[in-house]
Ligand binder design. Structure first.
Ligand code: UDP
Length: 316
Protein backbone atom coordinates (compact mmCIF):
# COMPACT_ATOMS: atom_id res chain seq x y z
CA UNK A 1 0.00 0.00 0.00
CA UNK A 2 1.24 3.54 -0.69
CA UNK A 3 1.59 5.57 2.49
CA UNK A 4 0.97 9.26 3.17
CA UNK A 5 1.77 11.58 6.06
CA UNK A 6 -0.81 14.34 6.50
CA UNK A 7 0.23 17.08 8.91
CA UNK A 8 -2.70 18.93 10.41
CA UNK A 9 -4.65 15.76 9.65
CA UNK A 10 -7.11 16.32 12.49
CA UNK A 11 -8.10 19.75 11.23
CA UNK A 12 -11.00 20.72 8.99
CA UNK A 13 -9.27 20.17 5.62
CA UNK A 14 -6.78 17.60 6.92
CA UNK A 15 -9.50 15.26 8.16
CA UNK A 16 -11.32 15.34 4.82
CA UNK A 17 -8.02 14.61 3.07
CA UNK A 18 -7.33 11.66 5.41
CA UNK A 19 -10.69 10.20 4.36
CA UNK A 20 -10.13 10.83 0.66
CA UNK A 21 -6.63 9.28 0.66
CA UNK A 22 -7.88 6.19 2.53
CA UNK A 23 -10.76 5.83 0.07
CA UNK A 24 -8.21 5.86 -2.79
CA UNK A 25 -6.24 2.98 -1.25
CA UNK A 26 -3.50 5.03 0.45
CA UNK A 27 -2.55 4.38 4.08
CA UNK A 28 -2.53 7.54 6.18
CA UNK A 29 -0.47 8.74 9.11
CA UNK A 30 -2.36 11.70 10.52
CA UNK A 31 -0.08 14.02 12.52
CA UNK A 32 -1.46 16.89 14.57
CA UNK A 33 -0.58 18.74 17.78
CA UNK A 34 -4.31 19.43 18.27
CA UNK A 35 -3.98 23.15 18.99
CA UNK A 36 -6.62 23.94 16.39
CA UNK A 37 -7.30 20.37 15.19
CA UNK A 38 -9.72 18.06 16.99
CA UNK A 39 -9.57 14.29 17.43
CA UNK A 40 -13.35 14.19 16.97
CA UNK A 41 -12.71 14.96 13.27
CA UNK A 42 -10.88 11.64 12.76
CA UNK A 43 -12.40 9.45 15.48
CA UNK A 44 -14.39 7.50 12.90
CA UNK A 45 -11.14 6.52 11.11
CA UNK A 46 -9.50 4.83 14.10
CA UNK A 47 -11.03 1.44 13.22
CA UNK A 48 -9.47 1.57 9.75
CA UNK A 49 -6.27 -0.55 9.65
CA UNK A 50 -4.69 1.89 7.17
CA UNK A 51 -5.04 4.83 9.56
CA UNK A 52 -2.63 5.91 12.31
CA UNK A 53 -2.75 9.02 14.46
CA UNK A 54 0.40 10.63 15.89
CA UNK A 55 0.25 13.63 18.21
CA UNK A 56 3.24 15.78 17.34
CA UNK A 57 4.22 19.41 16.75
CA UNK A 58 5.88 19.48 13.33
CA UNK A 59 7.95 22.54 14.16
CA UNK A 60 10.16 19.99 15.99
CA UNK A 61 12.10 17.22 14.26
CA UNK A 62 9.64 14.81 12.63
CA UNK A 63 10.40 11.10 12.78
CA UNK A 64 8.35 8.54 10.85
CA UNK A 65 9.44 4.89 10.77
CA UNK A 66 9.22 3.08 7.43
CA UNK A 67 8.62 4.33 3.92
CA UNK A 68 6.50 7.30 2.86
CA UNK A 69 5.20 8.01 -0.63
CA UNK A 70 3.43 11.30 0.03
CA UNK A 71 3.67 14.14 2.53
CA UNK A 72 0.85 16.71 2.64
CA UNK A 73 1.69 19.65 4.87
CA UNK A 74 -1.61 21.04 6.14
CA UNK A 75 -0.66 21.91 9.71
CA UNK A 76 -1.33 25.60 10.47
CA UNK A 77 -3.79 27.80 12.27
CA UNK A 78 -5.84 29.00 9.31
CA UNK A 79 -8.62 31.34 10.38
CA UNK A 80 -7.93 35.04 10.98
CA UNK A 81 -8.95 34.69 14.66
CA UNK A 82 -6.67 31.67 15.12
CA UNK A 83 -3.61 33.24 13.64
CA UNK A 84 -4.18 36.47 15.53
CA UNK A 85 -4.27 34.43 18.75
CA UNK A 86 -1.39 32.14 17.75
CA UNK A 87 0.93 34.42 15.76
CA UNK A 88 4.24 32.77 16.71
CA UNK A 89 2.95 29.21 16.22
CA UNK A 90 1.56 30.29 12.82
CA UNK A 91 4.94 31.66 11.75
CA UNK A 92 6.75 28.61 13.11
CA UNK A 93 4.59 25.95 11.48
CA UNK A 94 4.72 27.75 8.11
CA UNK A 95 8.51 28.15 8.26
CA UNK A 96 10.10 25.55 10.59
CA UNK A 97 7.29 23.04 10.03
CA UNK A 98 7.66 23.34 6.26
CA UNK A 99 11.45 22.94 6.56
CA UNK A 100 11.14 19.82 8.77
CA UNK A 101 8.55 18.14 6.57
CA UNK A 102 10.49 18.95 3.38
CA UNK A 103 13.57 17.40 4.99
CA UNK A 104 11.52 14.30 5.71
CA UNK A 105 10.29 14.22 2.07
CA UNK A 106 13.89 14.40 0.84
CA UNK A 107 14.92 11.58 3.18
CA UNK A 108 12.00 9.32 2.27
CA UNK A 109 11.96 10.28 -1.43
CA UNK A 110 8.30 11.16 -0.91
CA UNK A 111 6.23 13.50 -3.07
CA UNK A 112 5.45 16.68 -1.11
CA UNK A 113 2.36 18.87 -1.29
CA UNK A 114 2.27 22.24 0.46
CA UNK A 115 -1.06 23.70 1.52
CA UNK A 116 -0.66 27.34 0.58
CA UNK A 117 -3.37 29.95 0.47
CA UNK A 118 -5.08 32.74 -1.43
CA UNK A 119 -3.69 34.93 1.40
CA UNK A 120 -0.41 34.93 -0.53
CA UNK A 121 -2.21 37.40 -2.85
CA UNK A 122 -2.97 39.70 0.13
CA UNK A 123 -5.45 42.49 -0.66
CA UNK A 124 -5.27 41.84 -4.39
CA UNK A 125 -4.97 44.52 -7.04
CA UNK A 126 -5.64 42.02 -9.82
CA UNK A 127 -9.04 40.40 -9.94
CA UNK A 128 -9.74 37.48 -10.19
CA UNK A 129 -6.36 36.18 -9.02
CA UNK A 130 -4.31 34.03 -11.43
CA UNK A 131 -1.31 32.08 -10.11
CA UNK A 132 1.01 34.47 -11.96
CA UNK A 133 -0.01 37.39 -9.68
CA UNK A 134 2.64 38.08 -7.01
CA UNK A 135 0.28 39.62 -4.51
CA UNK A 136 -0.14 42.69 -2.31
CA UNK A 137 0.70 41.59 1.23
CA UNK A 138 1.35 43.78 4.28
CA UNK A 139 4.19 41.97 6.07
CA UNK A 140 3.76 43.87 9.36
CA UNK A 141 -0.05 43.82 9.63
CA UNK A 142 -1.93 41.28 11.77
CA UNK A 143 -2.40 38.89 8.83
CA UNK A 144 1.32 39.09 7.98
CA UNK A 145 2.12 36.14 10.28
CA UNK A 146 0.04 33.81 8.11
CA UNK A 147 0.60 35.41 4.71
CA UNK A 148 4.36 35.71 5.01
CA UNK A 149 4.77 32.25 6.58
CA UNK A 150 2.95 30.75 3.61
CA UNK A 151 4.96 32.85 1.13
CA UNK A 152 8.16 31.66 2.84
CA UNK A 153 6.80 28.08 2.74
CA UNK A 154 6.26 28.35 -1.03
CA UNK A 155 9.82 29.67 -1.49
CA UNK A 156 11.22 26.86 0.70
CA UNK A 157 9.23 24.25 -1.23
CA UNK A 158 10.58 25.54 -4.55
CA UNK A 159 14.12 25.57 -3.11
CA UNK A 160 13.84 21.91 -2.06
CA UNK A 161 12.52 21.12 -5.51
CA UNK A 162 15.26 23.00 -7.36
CA UNK A 163 18.21 22.26 -5.08
CA UNK A 164 17.40 18.78 -3.76
CA UNK A 165 15.17 17.51 -6.57
CA UNK A 166 12.24 16.80 -4.23
CA UNK A 167 8.99 16.23 -6.15
CA UNK A 168 6.81 19.08 -4.91
CA UNK A 169 3.32 20.49 -5.45
CA UNK A 170 1.84 23.75 -4.14
CA UNK A 171 -1.90 24.33 -3.81
CA UNK A 172 -3.25 27.83 -3.17
CA UNK A 173 -6.48 27.21 -1.29
CA UNK A 174 -9.30 29.77 -1.43
CA UNK A 175 -12.14 30.10 1.11
CA UNK A 176 -13.56 26.67 1.86
CA UNK A 177 -16.52 25.60 3.99
CA UNK A 178 -18.23 22.42 5.10
CA UNK A 179 -18.68 19.97 7.97
CA UNK A 180 -15.92 19.96 10.64
CA UNK A 181 -15.23 23.68 10.49
CA UNK A 182 -14.74 24.69 14.09
CA UNK A 183 -17.89 26.34 15.34
CA UNK A 184 -15.94 29.10 17.05
CA UNK A 185 -13.04 29.69 14.67
CA UNK A 186 -14.32 33.19 13.89
CA UNK A 187 -14.64 32.61 10.15
CA UNK A 188 -17.60 34.04 8.31
CA UNK A 189 -19.54 30.82 7.87
CA UNK A 190 -19.32 29.35 11.40
CA UNK A 191 -19.93 32.84 12.84
CA UNK A 192 -23.02 33.47 10.69
CA UNK A 193 -24.43 29.97 11.10
CA UNK A 194 -23.99 29.80 14.86
CA UNK A 195 -25.37 33.33 15.32
CA UNK A 196 -28.39 32.50 13.16
CA UNK A 197 -29.02 29.20 15.00
CA UNK A 198 -28.88 30.99 18.36
CA UNK A 199 -31.17 33.76 17.06
CA UNK A 200 -28.44 36.34 17.74
CA UNK A 201 -27.46 39.28 15.57
CA UNK A 202 -25.40 38.22 12.56
CA UNK A 203 -22.19 40.28 12.53
CA UNK A 204 -21.13 41.48 9.10
CA UNK A 205 -17.78 43.27 9.17
CA UNK A 206 -17.51 46.57 7.30
CA UNK A 207 -20.43 47.29 4.98
CA UNK A 208 -20.38 43.70 3.72
CA UNK A 209 -19.40 44.74 0.19
CA UNK A 210 -16.10 42.82 0.36
CA UNK A 211 -16.28 39.64 -1.70
CA UNK A 212 -15.25 36.03 -1.21
CA UNK A 213 -15.76 32.88 -3.26
CA UNK A 214 -16.70 29.80 -1.21
CA UNK A 215 -15.78 26.24 -2.18
CA UNK A 216 -17.39 23.17 -0.62
CA UNK A 217 -14.82 20.94 1.04
CA UNK A 218 -15.48 17.79 -1.05
CA UNK A 219 -14.72 19.76 -4.24
CA UNK A 220 -11.59 21.20 -2.69
CA UNK A 221 -10.03 17.91 -1.57
CA UNK A 222 -10.75 16.31 -4.97
CA UNK A 223 -8.84 19.17 -6.63
CA UNK A 224 -5.96 18.75 -4.18
CA UNK A 225 -5.80 15.00 -4.80
CA UNK A 226 -5.66 15.55 -8.56
CA UNK A 227 -2.89 18.12 -8.12
CA UNK A 228 -0.92 15.68 -5.95
CA UNK A 229 -1.19 13.04 -8.67
CA UNK A 230 -0.25 15.50 -11.45
CA UNK A 231 3.24 16.61 -12.42
CA UNK A 232 2.65 20.35 -11.83
CA UNK A 233 5.34 21.95 -9.68
CA UNK A 234 4.21 25.58 -9.72
CA UNK A 235 1.39 26.88 -7.49
CA UNK A 236 -2.15 26.00 -8.55
CA UNK A 237 -5.31 27.73 -7.35
CA UNK A 238 -8.06 25.46 -6.07
CA UNK A 239 -11.31 27.17 -5.13
CA UNK A 240 -14.77 28.00 -6.36
CA UNK A 241 -14.96 31.08 -8.62
CA UNK A 242 -18.59 31.82 -7.60
CA UNK A 243 -17.93 35.23 -6.04
CA UNK A 244 -20.38 36.98 -3.72
CA UNK A 245 -20.44 39.83 -1.25
CA UNK A 246 -20.19 38.93 2.42
CA UNK A 247 -23.54 40.66 3.00
CA UNK A 248 -25.22 38.38 0.44
CA UNK A 249 -23.48 35.40 2.00
CA UNK A 250 -24.79 36.36 5.45
CA UNK A 251 -28.31 36.74 4.01
CA UNK A 252 -28.09 33.29 2.36
CA UNK A 253 -27.09 31.69 5.68
CA UNK A 254 -29.86 33.44 7.65
CA UNK A 255 -32.44 32.42 5.05
CA UNK A 256 -31.30 28.79 5.06
CA UNK A 257 -31.53 28.49 8.84
CA UNK A 258 -34.98 30.11 8.85
CA UNK A 259 -33.71 32.34 11.65
CA UNK A 260 -35.19 35.71 12.65
CA UNK A 261 -31.67 37.08 13.30
CA UNK A 262 -30.95 40.64 12.19
CA UNK A 263 -27.81 41.54 10.31
CA UNK A 264 -25.65 44.11 12.14
CA UNK A 265 -22.48 45.81 10.96
CA UNK A 266 -19.15 45.77 12.88
CA UNK A 267 -15.81 47.40 12.02
CA UNK A 268 -13.83 45.79 9.21
CA UNK A 269 -10.69 44.01 10.51
CA UNK A 270 -7.30 45.49 9.51
CA UNK A 271 -6.13 44.46 6.01
CA UNK A 272 -9.30 42.46 5.32
CA UNK A 273 -9.08 41.82 1.55
CA UNK A 274 -11.73 43.78 -0.40
CA UNK A 275 -12.13 41.14 -3.09
CA UNK A 276 -11.14 37.52 -3.61
CA UNK A 277 -11.92 35.15 -6.44
CA UNK A 278 -9.78 32.36 -7.82
CA UNK A 279 -8.91 32.22 -11.49
CA UNK A 280 -9.10 28.43 -11.95
CA UNK A 281 -8.28 28.29 -15.67
CA UNK A 282 -5.05 26.45 -14.84
CA UNK A 283 -6.75 23.80 -12.63
CA UNK A 284 -9.38 23.27 -15.34
CA UNK A 285 -6.69 22.87 -17.97
CA UNK A 286 -4.14 20.68 -16.21
CA UNK A 287 -6.34 18.75 -13.77
CA UNK A 288 -9.66 18.67 -15.61
CA UNK A 289 -11.06 19.89 -12.29
CA UNK A 290 -13.77 22.36 -11.38
CA UNK A 291 -16.09 22.64 -8.39
CA UNK A 292 -19.41 20.84 -8.71
CA UNK A 293 -21.30 21.49 -5.46
CA UNK A 294 -23.69 24.48 -5.60
CA UNK A 295 -23.69 26.84 -2.59
CA UNK A 296 -27.22 25.86 -1.47
CA UNK A 297 -26.29 22.16 -1.40
CA UNK A 298 -23.04 22.75 0.46
CA UNK A 299 -24.71 25.06 2.97
CA UNK A 300 -27.42 22.46 3.68
CA UNK A 301 -24.78 19.82 4.45
CA UNK A 302 -22.88 22.22 6.67
CA UNK A 303 -26.04 23.21 8.52
CA UNK A 304 -26.85 19.52 9.14
CA UNK A 305 -23.39 19.11 10.71
CA UNK A 306 -23.79 22.17 12.92
CA UNK A 307 -27.22 21.01 14.05
CA UNK A 308 -25.94 17.50 14.85
CA UNK A 309 -23.08 19.00 16.89
CA UNK A 310 -25.61 21.06 18.79
CA UNK A 311 -27.90 18.10 19.38
CA UNK A 312 -24.90 16.15 20.74
CA UNK A 313 -24.37 18.90 23.30
CA UNK A 314 -21.62 20.75 21.41
CA UNK A 315 -21.30 24.43 22.18
CA UNK A 316 -21.96 26.89 19.40
N1 UDP B 1 -16.64 38.30 8.37
C1 UDP B 1 -17.78 38.94 8.80
N2 UDP B 1 -18.33 38.59 10.02
C2 UDP B 1 -17.79 37.61 10.81
C3 UDP B 1 -16.64 36.94 10.36
C4 UDP B 1 -16.08 37.31 9.13
O1 UDP B 1 -18.32 39.82 8.12
O2 UDP B 1 -18.35 37.37 11.91
C5 UDP B 1 -16.06 38.70 7.08
C6 UDP B 1 -14.56 39.01 7.13
O3 UDP B 1 -14.35 40.36 7.51
C7 UDP B 1 -14.16 38.74 5.70
C8 UDP B 1 -15.11 37.63 5.25
O4 UDP B 1 -16.19 37.63 6.16
O5 UDP B 1 -14.38 39.89 4.89
C9 UDP B 1 -14.48 36.24 5.25
O6 UDP B 1 -13.87 36.08 6.48
P1 UDP B 1 -13.19 34.74 6.97
O7 UDP B 1 -12.71 34.99 8.36
O8 UDP B 1 -14.12 33.62 6.77
O9 UDP B 1 -11.94 34.50 6.02
P2 UDP B 1 -10.94 35.43 5.18
O10 UDP B 1 -11.41 35.28 3.79
O11 UDP B 1 -11.01 36.86 5.64
O12 UDP B 1 -9.61 34.82 5.42
Amino acid sequence: MPRALITGGAGFLGSHLCELMLSRGIDVICMDNLITGDLANVEHLFGNSGFTFVKHDVTNYVHVAGGLDYILHFASPASPIDYLELPIQTLKVGSLGTHKTLGLAKDKKARYLLASTSETYGDPQIHPQPETYWGNVNPVGPRGVYDEAKRFAEAMTMAYHRYHGVETRIVRIFNTYGPRMRLNDGRALPAFMSQALRGEDVTVFGDGSQTRSFCFVSDLVEGIFRLLMSSEVFPTNIGNPAEMTILDFAKAVVKLTGSKSKIVFKPLPVDDPKVRQPDIAKARRILGWEPLVPLEVGLEKTLAYFQAKLAAGGKL
